[in-house]
Design a protein around this ligand. Structure first.
Ligand code: SF4
Ligand code: SF4
Length: 436
């Protein structure tokens, strides 16, 4: 369980409650940050969860209903931004989730589904296999038939969510590969490693290609370390701490071998986890210093480009954008001005006001697969805001957010083009059209 000193920083003021998406959905104290901290306090105190705070008797400390309140937390960290007492909710929820994964036995179907997700998503090779199956399913007419016959409705709730999330894909996704190393355009400024990500490299290869081109245009020598796999973010955020440490050690070793000045990340969830590698491996004497040193080199690509300063000329783009703040960029990394600075520096770009742009869209890593009903309810508020802003292009720096918002728009029969901020910048630098 989390350190009681971390828990005791909460003074129960409730200022975080209005920012919490699950509290907004249900108005229940136990589905608010303060309520969840009460539950944590109960779990670390002899006697279990206090009856006043718990829907279950104290003896059932890690009961299914107590666990459900933690499962329903998005890990969006909006409460951390709002908290005047500096409560480190990120550490609290990660450590509580690790405790749950170590000591709570979930239902067989839950274990099976989680097993499938964590077997698949952190492994790009397996994701590519899944992509082949998806291509056959979508291109053969089987998907159309399954929907037409109502067979999809017979799937378990979470499998339905997985099916609905599938974005349109093509053979080009399967063939996408990045070069191992590219030289900078013009004088050398920095040697940078690019994290290609797992979902990003398979489902959004164009984002990685755009990142590589922009870094190169800005004078960076870019390396894509061949052995660089998952950073451990999905596992860390789900309480699978042992798995997260294994992924982190392997990624750190691969990055060390690349001998770079900085590590550029274009997926918000990955960047926030990598910046916390030092904490994750603090208890491992062989890795603690290496993890902290590598974490200090990690930068979101927008942060890196603003620190570096622009060199490549920007060409005009006549487009109205809405920028959605990915939680793990805005709340976890406190990065909100840099992507906007990059976008508004492009002549002709109009940045529309997206109401509550820093509110979670419901994607939250694999939350939209594990808690699909809650994710949809939260996502509907985001989609309402997007439709109100009516942009030509919705911009977001996290592949999970993009997939989830696209899915919710499809469900409403609406289409709004989506892009990563780096793709917009790339189009401007190259004088190319914006992504379709
Ligand atoms: S992380 Fe998000 S969902 Fe969880 S308690 Fe904080 S604000 Fe609520
Ligand atoms: S704002 Fe901070 S101190 Fe106040 S209830 Fe929320 S977590 Fe606790």
């Amino acid at each position: 369980m989390p350190d009681p000193a971390l828990i005791d920083r909460c003074v129960h003021c409730g200022l975080c409650l209005p920012t919490c998406p699950t509290y907004a959905s249900w108005g229940q104290e136990m589905d608010s940050p303060r309520g969840r901290i009460y539950l944590m306090k109960g779990l670390t105190t002899a006697g279990g969860v206090p009856p006043a705070a718990s829907p279950t008797p104290p003896a059932a400390a890690l009961s299914p209903s107590v666990v459900a309140h933690f499962d329903r937390c998005l890990g969006c960290m909006a409460c951390m931004t709002a908290c005047p007492s500096g409560v480190n909710y990120e550490a609290l929820i990660e450590e509580t989730r690790a405790e749950i994964e170590h000591h709570h036995r979930r239902r067989a179907a839950d274990r099976l589904f989680r097993g499938l997700i964590f077997w698949l998503f952190p492994h790009p090779g397996r994701l590519r296999l899944a992509l082949v199956v998806q291509l056959l399913y979508m291109r053969s007419g089987l998907r159309w038939l399954c929907h037409r016959l109502g067979l999809v409705r017979l799937l378990p709730r979470r499998m339905r969510a997985l099916e609905a999330l599938m974005p349109p894909v093509s053979l080009s996704h399967l063939a996408a590969r990045l070069p191992a190393e590219v030289a900078p355009d013009g004088p050398h400024r920095l040697r940078v490693a690019l994290l290609p990500g797992c979902v990003q490299r398979v489902y959004f290869p164009a984002v990685n290609r755009a990142t590589l081109r922009v870094l190169r245009a800005e004078g960076c020598e870019v390396v894509v370390p061949p052995r660089l796999g998952c950073c451990g973010a999905l596992s860390l955020h789900a309480g699978r701490d042992g798995e997260a440490r294994r992924f982190a050690r392997a990624a750190i070793a691969a990055l060390e071998a690349a001998h770079v000045d900085a590590v550029a990340v274009n997926a918000a969830g990955c960047g926030s986890a990598m910046k916390r590698w030092g904490r994750l491996l603090a208890g491992d004497p062989a890795w603690a210093a290496r993890a902290a040193a590598m974490a200090a080199q990690v930068k979101d690509v927008s942060e890196l480009l603003i620190d570096l300063g622009p060199r490549a000329p920007r060409r005009p783009l006549a487009v109205k954008l809405a920028y959605h703040d990915a939680c793990h960029l805005f709340h976890a990394q406190r990065i909100h001005t840099q992507p906007r600075q990059l976008l508004t520096a492009i002549p002709g770009v109009e940045l529309a006001d997206l109401p509550d742009s820093d509110q979670c869209c419901g994607s939250a890593g694999v939350y939209n697969l594990l808690e699909p009903d809650s994710a949809k309810e939260i996502g509907r508020r985001k989609v309402d805001a997007v439709l109100t802003a009516a942009p030509d292009l919705l911009v977001s720096a996290n592949p999970g957010c993009t997939l989830h918002i696209q899915m919710l728009l499809r469900e409403r029969g609406r289409t709004i083009r989506t892009a990563h901020p780096i793709e917009v910048l790339d189009a401007s630098i190259r004088g190319a059209p914006l992504p379709d």
